[in-house]
Design a protein around this ligand. Structure first.
Ligand SMILES: N[C@@H](CCC(=O)N[C@@H](CS)C(=O)NCC(=O)O)C(=O)O
Length: 210
C-alpha cells in the first residue's frame, strides 16, 4: 500500500489531497513538525528530514508537486476519475506544467518566510517587517492565478488537475492572509469542502501516528 509521511499544515497536504481526489488506498503517517527535531527516526527513511515522503513499492519521492503529478499520471483517469491527467499533445500541457510548479517554486517561498517569521520563530526572532513584505509579495504573485480564474473555473480549461493541487500548501493561509475578500474564487481553487475536510488527515483512512 502507498505510504505518505505528513505533517499538518505543510506541503505534504498536496499529495494527501491528491490521494483523496484519486480515492486511492493509502497509509498516512502523521509526524510532529519539524520531524528532524521531533521524530528523529524519520531521518532513516528520508535523510533530508522533510515531508512529504511518499513510498509506493520501490518508488520513493520527496517533492510534493512531483508526487501529485506521479499519482495522477500513474493512477488517474479511467473509472477512478479524479484530477485530469495531461499528455504532451494537450493544448494546455505547457500551462499545466507551469502551474504544477508555480505553487512550490513561486508561491510557497514568500508564504514560508511569512510563516516562519510570524509563527514558527520564538518572539525575539520574529520579523514583522519581513513577514509583511513577503505577505505582499505573495499576493502580488497570486494575482496571476486570480486573473486566469476570472475567465475560467480552473487553471487549465480541462478541469481540476494536479496544477490546482500544487497551489500553496498551507490550507488556512488564504483565509488568514487575504487582504481583500474575493481575490480568488475559492471553490474552483480548493475543490469541494468535503475533499478538503478529508485531506486534512484527521479522518483519513489508515491513519498512523509516528
Ligand atoms: N520542495 C519540497 C520541500 C519540502 C519541505 O521543505 N517540506 C517542509 C515542510 S512544508 C519540511 O519538511 N520542513 C522541515 C525541515 O526542513 O526540517 C516539496 O515541495 O515537497
Amino acid at each position: 500500500m502507498i505510504k505518505l509521511y505528513h505533517c499538518v499544515e505543510a506541503r505534504s497536504f498536496r499529495p494527501l489531497w491528491a490521494l483523496e481526489e484519486l480515492r486511492l488506498p493509502y497509509q498516512l503517517h502523521v509526524l510532529p513538525f519539524p520531524p528532524r527535531a521531533h521524530a528523529k527516526s524519520f531521518l532513516q527513511l528520508n535523510p533530508l528530514g522533510t515531508i512529504p515522503l511518499l513510498i509506493d513499492g520501490d518508488t520513493r519521492m520527496t517533492e510534493s508537486s512531483a508526487i501529485c503529478e506521479y499519482l495522477v499520471a500513474r493512477y488517474g483517469g479511467g473509472e477512478r476519475g479524479g484530477p485530469v491527467a495531461f499528455v504532451p499533445n494537450d493544448a494546455d500541457f505547457g500551462r499545466y506544467l507551469n502551474y504544477l510548479s508555480f505553487g512550490e517554486a513561486t508561491l510557497t517561498f514568500p508564504i514560508a518566510i511569512y510563516m516562519r517569521y510570524t509563527r514558527l520563530e520564538p518572539p525575539q526572532r520574529k520579523l514583522p517587517q519581513a513577514a509583511e513584505d513577503y505577505r505582499r509579495f505573495f499576493f502580488g504573485r497570486l494575482r496571476v492565478m486570480a486573473q486566469i480564474l476570472e475567465t475560467q473555473d480552473y487553471l487549465c480549461a480541462a478541469g481540476f488537475s494536479a496544477a490546482v493541487l500544487s497551489r500553496m500548501a498551507f490550507s488556512e493561509i488564504p483565509f488568514a492572509l487575504t487582504p481583500r475578500s474575493g481575490i480568488l474564487p475559492t471553490s474552483a481553487f480548493f475543490g469541494s469542502a468535503g475533499d478538503i475536510a478529508a485531506a486534512t488527515g484527521a479522518s483519513a483512512p489508515g491513519l498512523v501516528m509516528m
